[in-house]
Design a protein around this ligand. Structure first.
Ligand code: PLP
Length: 383
């Protein structure tokens, strides 16, 4: 007799295949074959640090000095000098009192939500917050109420209804690339005696670390930063008051029952921050590339959203058409993200094009030209 799970797996795979929602990994190629993707507009390495020689050397140096593995969870013996160095650096930059490190942003967000809330809580969040936040809230048993995306009036309405609470937003939204009105949300939270939690995964390191647009303890009671995007490496941190971090260290199961971030990776993230601090030309190169992409796309008649960040969505709507455009672009040598529901709302499937500081004007030019051609050939009026 077939195992019941075999039936479930077969049926679900067939259904996902039939509806154009089957997600599959594709090996990233580095060859000279023309079928192999050679310009990548799909990743979150916004400053191009993931393959930098300086950071490869920092990883080697970190491994030699502090070790490649942390060997245990932070509460056993996995918390060392490299972790402390990185935590202190993050506190210095953001002004938060304390910090704790995780191996990924997903586990940082999930741990934070699951540990902070219980089934008697009501949690307010932007409609488009990341899956890791939603999963953590669901695990906690708390009631999740969501305000309209980036809509201050809608947030104010929910805060008035549920005061003395917590409001959660991303700084830069991962699939739309638009920025949250952090200052207004922060003022609103203060007015309603509520905390503001900001998932800064796509903002940290891209905006000037010490500049006025950077998120700090002044606006966010709790801030989550990740190292796998602009820092080009891996891991994440929660930043907050000493009491909040003490509480999480003592109670967060993802932290207590998991091997700590490797010290080599902690030193790498520390070095990545120092590297960004010494390289103000990188964010300005990125901004130049974003502006160029937007100008060329507009000239070519491609509709853009209001996003001014490295994340530039091209909304196509239909899942299969979105996949068809992404696959055709890949054949021409351009890898772009193809995002379907449930990651984005049904009918809002999109190409997620991400610019980085290392793209050349010629590459951006070619991408836009190919994209415009494909949209015309397939008679697609993007939204
Ligand atoms: C907004 C946001 N938060 C958190 C995460 C999770 O971070 P990580 O990739 O480090 O697990 C992501 C990852 O895509 C994200 O986009």
């Amino acid at each position: 007799m077939a195992h019941p799970l075999t039936d479930k797996i077969t049926q679900q795979l067939a259904q996902q295949q039939a509806t154009g929602l089957l997600r599959q990994r594709k090996l990233l190629g580095f060859g000279t074959d023309t079928n192999v993707i050679n310009v990548d507009f799909s990743h979150n390495d916004y400053l191009g640090l993931a393959s930098s020689v300086e950071l490869a050397q920092a990883l080697y140096q970190g491994a030699l000095t502090y070790g490649v593995g942390s060997k245990a969870s932070p509460l056993v013996s996995g918390y060392g000098a490299a972790h402390q160095l990185l935590e202190q650096k993050l506190c210095d930059i953001t002004g938060h009192q304390a910090c704790m490190l995780f191996c990924s942003g997903f586990s940082a967000n999930s741990a934070l939500m699951k540990t902070l809330f219980t089934s008697t809580d009501v949690v307010i969040a932007d409609k488009l917050v990341h899956a890791s936040i939603i999963d953590g809230i669901v695990d906690s048993g708390a009631k999740l109420v969501r305000y309209l995306h980036n809509d201050i009036d809608s947030a104010a309405h929910l805060l008035a209804k549920h005061p003395n609470n917590v409001l959660i937003t991303e700084s830069v939204f991962s699939m739309d690339g638009d920025s949250a009105p952090i200052k207004a949300l922060s003022a609103l939270c203060q007015q309603h005696n509520s905390w503001l939690i900001v998932d800064d995964a796509h903002g940290f390191g891209v905006v000037d670390l010490h500049g006025c647009a950077a998120i700090t303890a002044k606006q966010a009671d709790i801030q989550v930063v990740t190292f796998g995007k602009a820092l080009g490496c891996q891991g994440a941190a929660i930043l907050a008051s000493q009491d909040i971090i003490d509480f999480l260290v003592a109670n967060a199961r993802h932290y207590i029952y998991s091997t700590a971030l490797s010290p080599a990776n902690a030193y790498l993230a520390f070095s990545a921050i120092e590297f960004i601090e010494k390289s103000p030309h990188l964010p300005s190169q990125l901004n130049g590339n974003i502006a160029l992409f937007r100008r060329l796309s507009t000239e070519a008649g491609i509709k853009l959203t209001a996003s001014q960040t490295a994340i530039q969505p091209i909304i196509i709507g239909d899942n299969s058409l979105t996949m068809a455009v992404a696959e055709s672009l890949a054949l021409k040598g351009f890898k772009v993200g193809a995002i379907r529901s449930p990651t984005v709302p049904a009918g809002r499937a999109r190409l997620r094009i991400t610019l980085n500081a290392q793209h050349t004007p010629a590459q951006i030019n070619q991408l836009v030209a190919q994209l415009a051609l494909l949209l015309t050939d397939l008679s697609i009026e993007n939204q």
